[in-house]
Design a protein around this ligand. Structure first.
Ligand code: ADP
Length: 498
């Protein structure tokens, strides 16, 4: 099983077990394998230190006090002899003391060895444990208990020292190292229990921790599956720790957004099919009338068919524009152009509308204004804002387009005298497919895409934009473009806005 396919439970158990095993191995190494060596080393250093202290104080009259104290505190047997074998000092002789039991010949041999060795000698001696064979031919009931301390290990340290008066003394120190064996055996038994307890604890903890970690994840996962099935009202409820709470919030946010998009999508389909059906019904209706009734074949009726076809075109273009803009496939092709001239060109095209329906489009120009922007896209912005203003303006049928210089920017305002927009709707009108008043007769003409196109284009230009509007007091849509700092070389020219 690959590690990333493991459930949290197994993974945690795996890691905890590795951790526990590492701890146990360390414990075992230090407490059992190396304990003897550690202990032995400590004892060796200890005995060497003792010898050194004795050597330093060998001429002291109160040497005996020091020797007794070393002997008691360090459980060390001490003998100090003269070269001829006569005793200078001997700590209390105990049955364990090798240097007290040894015949003088052996002590002499040790002394000789020390001399050859440069004056000091350290010797480790082991007395083997009596073998069980001893009991084999004399059967006893039950198990023979192991004899702790039967295996003796002791060390002898020999040092020759010259006293102030020129006489030579030999210091013999002897201490046992045995007790560790007993300790190790105790520890070994304890370690078996510790291992068993640790494994159980690791398992228990893995289960507990994994459960508390995975519970919210499992919960979130099943909610996410719900969401994937299209149930956008799903609420994510996983709690327990920071990361999960954050994931939870993010998913709740995503679910809310998805449900919004889903709502808008449904609305769009309803809107678009309605918007497509209206002109199509008109076109078919007028077409049939003109076919069946010769007298109805008038330029007026043909115009209606053309207008409706144009509406369809606008609608389809809007949808295409927004999807192209928002998919990021359209790049800006910014160039230097005369904005004032551009606006005038656009207004010229509205000429027919003003004549026919009595709309008044006023332009407050600020002279030749040069900007560096994408002329085609800026004209889309202007068309959309002016179309909206014409659609929603008041009974005086007036729309004002104002051009104002403020610092290094030009501010374009499209002002109408209509009903305005309620304050709570203001942040929403830039959203895709958003329409304020669905019952409004004229509003039904729009697709709800116009301002979204405007927003996307102005964002691409990093332009500032906004709307000032109050219910009943008309609306002012505005945007600002940075002026092109170069001087206008071609005063009369200027790029045509399409
Ligand atoms: P539409 O195609 O419906 O006009 P828009 O994205 O251009 O879509 O506008 C979104 C909504 O903002 C419109 O449905 C309308 O209610 C509101 N709106 C836009 N411009 C104006 C305006 N000048 N006056 C009043 N309301 C407006």
């Amino acid at each position: 099983m690959k590690l990333d396919k493991m459930s949290i439970k197994f993974k945690l158990f795996f890691y905890l077990s590795v951790f526990a095993a590492a701890m146990l191995i360390m414990l075992w190494l230090f407490q059992i394998v190396f304990l003897d060596d550690f202990y032995r080393q400590i004892r060796i250093n200890n005995i060497k230190d003792s010898a050194e202290t004795i050597e330093e104080n060998i001429n002291n009259d109160n040497l005996n006090i020091l020797l007794n104290s070393i002997s008691q505190q360090n459980q060390t047997f001490i003998r100090i002899l003269l070269e001829d074998g006569s005793n200078v000092f001997s700590s209390d002789a105990a049955p364990d003391s090798l240097i007290h039991r040894m015949p003088s010949s052996e002590l002499y041999a040790l002394y000789q060895k020390a001399l050859q060795n440069g004056g000091t000698l350290l010797e480790l001696r082991t007395r083997e444990e009596p073998k069980d064979i001893l009991y084999k031919d004399k059967p006893f009931e039950g198990k023979m208990p192991r004899g702790y301390g039967m295996k003796d290990e002791s060390m002898i340290y020999v040092e020759t020292v010259e006293k102030e008066d020129g006489s030579k003394v030999i210091i013999f120190l002897n201490s046992t190292i045995t007790p560790v064996t007993a300790t190790v055996d105790t520890l070994r038994i304890q370690l078996v229990y510790v291992t068993a307890i640790t494994v159980l604890l690791a398992l228990g903890m893995a289960l507990f921790v994994s459960k508390s970690i995975s519970r919210p994840i499992i919960k979130i996962n099943s909610s996410a599956k719900e969401l994937a099935r299209g149930n956008y009202d799903t609420v994510f409820e996983g709690r327990g720790y920071l990361e999960i709470a954050e994931l939870n919030d993010t998913l709740n946010y995503a679910a809310r957004e998805l449900s919004k998009v889903e709502g808008l999508r449904r609305e769009l389909i309803a809107n678009i099919s309605h918007d497509l059906r209206t002109p199509l019904t008109m076109i078919t209706g007028y077409g049939e009338v003109m076919r069946d009734l010769p007298g109805e074949n008038t330029p007026g009726n043909i115009q209606i068919i053309i207008d409706e076809a144009k509406r369809l075109t606008t609608l389809v273009n809007d949808i295409l524009d927004i999807s192209k803009l928002q998919s990021g496939t359209q790049a800006l092709t910014a160039e230097r152009f005369n904005l004032t001239k551009g606006i005038e060109e656009i207004l010229k095209r509205y000429g027919k509308l003003t004549e026919q329906d009595g709309y008044r489009l006023k332009f407050e120009s600020a002279g030749d204004i040069w900007v560096n922007a994408d002329p085609v896209k800026i004209s889309q912005v202007l068309y959309n804002l002016i179309n909206n203003a014409i659609t929603y303006t008041g009974a005086d049928k007036t729309v004002t387009i104002a051009e104002r210089i403020s610092g290094s920017r030009v501010r374009i305002e499209i002002i109408d005298t209509g009903e305005g927009i309620a304050e709570e709707q203001l942040p929403l009108i830039w959203d895709r497919y958003y329409k304020v008043d669905k019952a409004h007769k004229r509003a039904a003409i729009g697709t709800g895409l116009g301002l979204s196109i405007v927003k996307t284009i102005l964002d691409m230009h990093r332009a500032e934009y906004g709307v000032i509007s109050k219910n009943g007091q008309g609306s002012t849509f505005w945007f600002e473009l940075r002026l092109d700092s170069r001087d206008a070389e071609t005063k009369e020219g200027g790029c045509k806005l399409t």
